[in-house]
Design a protein around this ligand. Sequence first.
Ligand code: GLN
Length: 447
Amino acid sequence: EIVKSHLDRVDQVEDKVGAFLYVDREESLKSARAFDEKGNKEGLLGGIPVGIKDNISVKGMQNTCASKFLEGYIAPYDATVTTKLKEEGAVILGKLNMDEFAMGSSTEYSAYQLTRNPHDLERVPGGSSGGSAASVAAMEVPLSLGTDTGGSVRQPASFCGILGLKPTYGNISRYGVTAFGSTLDQVGTFARDVKDLALLTTAVSGHDTMDFTTNKRETVNLYEGLNKDIRGKKIAIAKDFLGEGLDEKVRKNLMETIEVLKDLGATVDFIDLNLAHYSLAVYYIVSSAEASSNLARFDGVRYGKRAEDLLDVMDLYAKSRSEGFGPEVKRRIMLGTYVLSAGYYDAYYAKALKVRKLIQEEYSSIFKNYDAIISPTTPTPAFKIGDNKEDILQMYLNDIYTVPVNIAGIPALSMPSGHVDGLPLGLQIMGDYFKEQEILNIAYAVE
Ligand code: GLN
């Protein structure tokens, strides 16, 4: 009944919201029935419908990354997170829309369709995991998975008025997840309340022999560890996140949150985060460099798209890639190959890695004295469809508060925090490495 009612909801709202690229009605009802037959007992997520971003493999379902390049490609195996969801009894309803290859902040760069913000259909849901956020906000699924390379879980969660968590780098396996920036990518979780978020994150976390970057520590049950008592917690707020570009109403909202935290017994100090300022530059160099290398596998030979009327093998590569990739993906590949090329490598890529190290050190030094850092998730609430699509730099600026987190590799979540003009705002809570419980508890207290 639970799965059926969610599928009905999908039928009702999908023509307006457009969150799903693919829904598997038959299979999901079949696995729900199989779960009933087993006595409804197993797993952390027994019988619960979940939606999955279209860059995370689910065996037998498409995995297009919202790119024409992968039109018709069916994943031949499950990502580790998918296997874990299945083991915990979750029912996977289908695959969710996104910006092509997870590059973007509005889901407008999907090669297939627009996804609309359920709070205002004229506005974007954020991105790149826009379908994942919109589907949860529109009650089509209670839970979903996305990926977060520079904010793609937290920013859409903020725009859609739900919660989104990007765990510590290495907490969740990337096996079966189409790589964008391998040193930045993490699978992230979406839910409508902190308990659900903790449960889903617990279900998909943990060491995996198929991804050597996953951490060997034992998985803790974040749901059982939830605790609302944050008295005495030391919270920092970075002055550097309150400067230029921040909407006045968003700033006011944050100031109100500070009062809430103090009422709950936490202390809040203003601190300097001097290097955060360089994060966007570092991010676009490192992520594009890694993307240009990761996307070399899409060559017209191995997966998906193969152009026709070819002269030779160079023509095969060039034509397949020209036809298969959209403009934003091409832009990132060109930027990435440029910063990696001889002559520019030291000036850009090598320098970006040095600054990255300094950013990591700055965060670590702050976490010696503080339990968490807070900021708005984004400088503004959800913008209108079309407003930033052609203004690339404006689109990149959306990630100004979220990218430093991926550069450092620390965990962070976004939770709903009031509204302006009827649009939801997000509060970002960042923690030290593997302090997911800490930031969830603060969210739990504030919720
Ligand atoms: N919006 C950022 C970008 O376009 C972040 C994307 C992401 O986190 N996948 O790269």
